[in-house]
Design a protein around this ligand. Structure first.
Ligand code: ADP
Ligand code: MG
Length: 332
């Protein structure tokens, strides 16, 4: 069934608002952060062929478009409030839109966040979401707060059975690309595909880490590249990562060591929190993560200003660190 612009907004993207004073239908939405809170705002765009394959199920596309945005709020320790959706679509197909909307609404409901507005236009398939969250004034987790001597931590699922471990999204991408040398025998490809298409934003962990983590970032472009952003924003600190400490799922551990490190350190699309904390807070961090329903692993230490960024191999020597972060204009 073909739908007009306003029909499709009314049918798929208009739901009664519960916590925002005004949702879809007027020129602006209204959002009411609580007293003493700062608004945390972030946008992420997903472009067909760049960020997702045309074969992705629309429910999963809806989930992922919102998940990657919630991951940014998580990295700042912000509580999600509302989001807007700017959508460019080649065709207005009712069933496809219903599925996209169900993926969005399901994740939104899980985080008690509502769609309050957006824009809809015909064009190449492209979804741009802006999320709005709130954080007590001065409490946001920032990239700039890391200090020499901090422990470096990465989040991951609570149990080995859960999908979505560090590097798995990249491993699935290599399988889709047919990259030679990827060991696929015995792998659960449906599970790996979930890692790529249905990331779980670590919102509860981000909230729990307020006042404990000194710096945080969500890993979207590869662990080492994203770590580089933290180190630069924190005055040019160094870092030492123990390769053996990196959390490895069974699917990752089955690959050659070189591919494992590529996926773990330069994978991208992980949406885990990479954060630093005072070594005196180790027990606190572990307890907070357990309460937030995920796992965390200590993978290294931050060094002094000007110290190198090193990944230490099993023999205690630094590995060559040629892993680049994903860059839309420089990477393939
Ligand atoms: P305007 O002309 O003022 O930009 P539009 O006619 O584009 O408004 O949109 C009408 C209403 O529908 C607005 O409240 C807008 O926020 C909302 N809207 C448009 N597209 C979407 C969408 N994809 N998801 C949610 N709300 C949308
Ligand atoms: Mg208007």
């Amino acid at each position: 069934m073909a739908l007009g612009e306003f029909d499709l907004i009314a049918r798929h993207f208009t739901r009664p608002v519960r916590r925002s004073p005004l949702g879809v239908g007027d020129d602006c939405a209204l959002i009411a952060p609580a007293a003493g809170m700062q608004l945390a705002v972030s946008s992420d765009m997903l472009v067909e062929g760049r960020h997702f394959l045309s074969t992705v199920a629309p429910e999963r596309l809806g989930h992922k478009a919102l998940a990657v945005n919630l991951s940014d709020l998580a990295a700042c320790g912000a509580r999600p409030l509302a989001y807007t959706l700017a959508l460019s679509l080649p065709r207005a197909e009712d069933a496809w839109l219903a599925a996209l909307a169900s993926g969005l609404h399901a994740l939104a409901d899980r985080h008690d966040i509502e769609l309050v507005g957006g824009d809809t236009t015909a064009g190449p398939l492209n979804l741009c979401i802006t999320v709005f969250g709130e954080v007590p004034r001065g409490d946001a987790l920032l990239r700039s707060g890391a200090r020499a001597g901090d422990d470096l931590w990465i989040s991951h699922p609570a149990t080995p059975d859960e999908p979505g471990w560090l590097g798995e999204a990249r491993l699935m991408l290599e399988i889709f690309r047919g990259t030679p040398g990827v060991r696929t025998e015995g792998l659960d490809l449906d599970r790996l595909r979930l890692a790529m298409e249905c990331p779980q934003p670590r919102v509860a962990l981000g909230l729990a880490l307020r006042g404990v983590a000194r710096s945080a970032i969500d890993v979207s472009d590869g662990l080492l590249g994203d770590l580089g952003h933290v180190l630069r924003r924190s005055g040019g600190l160094g870092a030492r990562i123990e390769a053996a400490a990196l959390p490895r799922s069974a699917a990752i551990a089955r690959q050659t060591e070189a591919l494992q490190l590529e996926c773990l350190l330069a994978g991208g699309d992980d949406y885990e929190l990479l954060f630093s904390a005072d070594p005196a807070d180790r027990d606190t961090v572990s307890a907070l993560a357990a309460r937030a329903g995920c796992g965390v692993t200590r993978i290294g230490t931050l060094g002094e200003v000007g110290a190198p960024v090193e990944v230490i191999g099993a023999d205690g020597r630094p590995l060559a660190t040629a892993w680049a972060s994903f860059d839309h204009f420089l990477s393939r």
